[in-house]
Design a protein around this ligand. Structure first.
Ligand code: BEZ
Length: 213
């Protein structure tokens, strides 16, 4: 077991997947990445999650994000389950699923929480930046399917704030006004954010999202 924290380099690994052997860092290349775990194949919530992710491929591609799933079942089981996912969710699984039978990756990424279940992974999500650093960690219990719209929303925030001196407020969505970083004075902000600076309080300054035309 290892503890992974925000800002750490995503640990590299090699693993078998439904799209061939993966060296994680090489597979990521210059892309952003999502590594997400599932308790087990042929379980109902997981089936809906993987179907949903397959349908969101264009959204992930638009954001330069590669997606890889993982469970502790084997390749044969994964391939047969993919047929079921495609059938029941009316889609085509278009990303690799890691077969982590020896739990090497699950342990490396602390995806097994023994007080929840000592054999199966919980629903972990790791978002990895193009610099291979961990940008986000979310952990859900087996009984709660993840919200992939929220994941896209967070990736929009992560990618925006990686390149602009802004942060995103509560419930922010792509296109809405953002918060100017506290490290910038209001005077400097007026030069940087030419679409306008709304100083609600000296510490709370808003500006239109800077990377939109
Ligand atoms: C599911 O994916 O449906 C699931 C897995 C483990 C426990 C409960 C639900």
């Amino acid at each position: 077991m290892s503890t992974i924290r925000l800002g750490d380099e995503a640990p590299n690994f090699t693993a078998k997947s439904t799209e061939g052997d993966i060296n994680f860092h090489e597979w990521l290349g210059d892309s952003w990445g999502i590594l997400f775990s599932h308790p087990a194949d042929y379980t109902p919530v997981c089936t809906t999650e993987l179907g949903t992710v397959a349908k969101y491929k264009a959204e992930f591609d638009k954001r330069n994000v590669k997606v890889v799933a993982l469970s502790v079942d084997g390749l044969e089981s994964h391939h047969a389950w993919i047929n079921d996912i495609n059938d029941t969710q009316a889609t085509t699984v278009n990303f690799p699923i890691i077969a982590d039978e020896d739990r090497k990756v699950s342990e490396l990424y602390d995806m097994i929480h023994p007080n929840a279940n000592d054999k199966l992974t919980v629903r972990s999500v790791f978002v990895i930046g193009s610099d291979k650093k961990i940008k986000l960690i979310i952990v859900y219990p087996a009984s709660t399917g993840r919200n992939f719209d929220e994941l896209l929303r967070v990736i929009d925030s992560l990618q925006l704030t990686a390149y602009h001196k802004v942060a995103t407020p509560a419930n922010w969505k792509h296109g809405e006004d953002v918060v100017i970083s506290p490290s910038i004075s209001t005077e400097d902000a007026k030069g940087i954010f030419t679409k306008g600076v709304n100083e609600i309080r000296p510490y709370l300054r808003m500006t239109p999202q800077p990377n939109l035309n």
